[in-house]
Write a protein that binds this ligand. Structure first.
Ligand SMILES: Cc1cc2nc3c(=O)[nH]c(=O)nc-3n(C[C@H](O)[C@H](O)[C@H](O)COP(=O)(O)O)c2cc1C
Length: 322
């Protein structure tokens, strides 16, 4: 079966700097979703979003922009913006679980309002020719909400529905609900993509066995924690390449340089890298110690020393393990 892997967006992490670095050093991802654009009632595209979607920053990647809104006019404004850049598709975020979003009837807080979803999709499809895809949780309070939204979604030629197999009220707690996801597979009016907790090749294989009709898989946190994962899934292997730490080190340096160019002040760059290490460290031994050491770094020089030691220690570990 043909296998398509997509990078699931993480606001604050998977911007064009991260996407380009992953694409150059690891590969394996077919399409990258950009983190959502949110207007907050102001019809203005912030510089951060504009930079993230600018074609000059995404020359070698296939990128799909995303919007989070519950307002028709905001949706239409963003459609016009992304089309002006040449994008053909806009993904709609109906998955965000955080109360400051869901309390305003956005993200997963909107799944339970099919009539509002209908109003937006109706205008978007009658007034524009953008391709719309969805990224959803299965509901906010219960996993049947999405089933009740399907008849409305069925009215429109959506490209696909990517489902993070949790409900909003869970935030990121508890496991994914695979039985509820199966109910979506049985009832969905559109092509489904699976998303949620794919962190290893063996977990991926279990998911693939359980859902043989799914051929599009989204990786979010698993990709950041272990950027080798997509290629290993594609090659159907649990073996890392022999030059694992060398490749990771080059990726790390590229990411670091990209943020050093963007952020002013050494402390900010180190803090940004610390946020990435909160994921990277999972694939290293002594996760907590790494985080603790980076937290203490006040300068780039101190950070460089810690990272050089961590990478050297890991390289030795892999040679020893062999
Ligand atoms: C810090 C953070 C930021 C996120 N930002 C977005 C976002 O901008 N758009 C979106 O659709 N999902 C966002 N998500 C959800 C992820 O894309 C993904 O659906 C979720 O983490 C489950 O997949 P995973 O287990 O592979 O990470 C975010 C998740 C986290 C933890």
């Amino acid at each position: 079966m043909n296998l398509t892997l997509l990078s699931s967006p993480l606001q604050g992490f998977t911007d064009f700097r991260f996407r380009n670095a992953v694409h150059k050093h690891f590969g394996g991802i077919d399409t990258y979703y950009a983190p959502y654009i949110r207007l907050n009632g102001r019809f203005l595209i912030k510089n951060g979003y504009a930079n993230d979607l600018a074609l000059k920053n995404n020359t070698t990647l296939e990128v799909i922009p995303q919007i989070m809104t519950c307002l028709e006019d905001e949706f239409l404004f963003v459609v016009e913006y992304v089309q002006s850049l040449g994008y053909k598709e806009l993904n709609w975020n109906l998955g965000c679980p955080y109360p400051m979003v869901t309390n305003k009837g956005m993200g997963s807080g909107m799944i339970n309002s099919p009539e509002k979803i209908d109003r937006i999709l109706d205008r978007v499809h009658s007034e524009t020719d953008i391709i719309v895809s969805m990224k959803m949780r299965m509901g906010y309070a219960d996993s049947d909400e999405i089933l009740r939204a399907f008849p409305v979604l069925a009215k429109y030629p959506l490209k696909n529905i990517a489902i993070h197999a949790r409900i909003g009220a869970q935030l990121y707690e508890g496991g994914v609900d695979l039985e509820a996801f199966q109910r979506c597979v049985d009832a969905a009016p559109h092509k489904l993509y699976y998303n949620g907790d794919i962190t290893t090749v063996s977990i991926f294989r279990e998911m693939q066995d359980r859902f043989p009709s799914i051929d599009h898989w989204m990786l979010g946190r698993g990709l950041i924690s272990d950027p080798f994962l997509p290629m290993m899934i594609k090659n159907d292997t649990e073996e890392y390449p022999e030059d694992r730490m060398e490749v990771f080190s080059k990726f790390h340096d590229r990411l670091f340089s990209a943020y050093a160019e963007k952020l002013s002040g050494e402390k900010h760059v180190v803090m940004k890298m610390l946020s990435f290490w909160s994921y990277f460290a999972a694939a290293f031994s002594d996760t907590k110690k790494i985080i603790k050491r980076i937290k203490k770094c006040k300068t780039v020089a101190a950070y460089d020393v810690v990272i050089a030691e961590v990478l050297e220690h890991e390289s030795e570990r892999f040679i020893y393990d062999d």
